[in-house]
Ligand binder design. Structure first.
Ligand SMILES: [Zn+2]
Length: 62
């Protein structure tokens, strides 16, 4: 059961919930394994979610 006190979160629209991808660099390590680059989503910085904005409850006064 989700914690009602926790702020609601949304899946990141930039990465669609897959925040980190592994890219094969094409080279190999000395032991023969592939050299992998892990890149995080620039929008959510690897979290996969974004904070839901609070609804506007009253008009801003200028
Ligand atoms: Zn993202």
């Amino acid at each position: 059961m989700p914690d009602p006190a926790a702020p609601p979160t949304l899946v990141c629209g930039h990465c669609d919930g897959f925040p980190v991808v592994a890219i094969d660099s094409g080279t190999r390590n000395p032991d023969g394994t592939r050299r992998i680059l892990k890149v995080a989503c620039p929008n959510c910085e690897g979290a996969g979610t974004t904070a839901r904005r609070a609804p506007v409850t009253e008009a801003a006064s200028c």
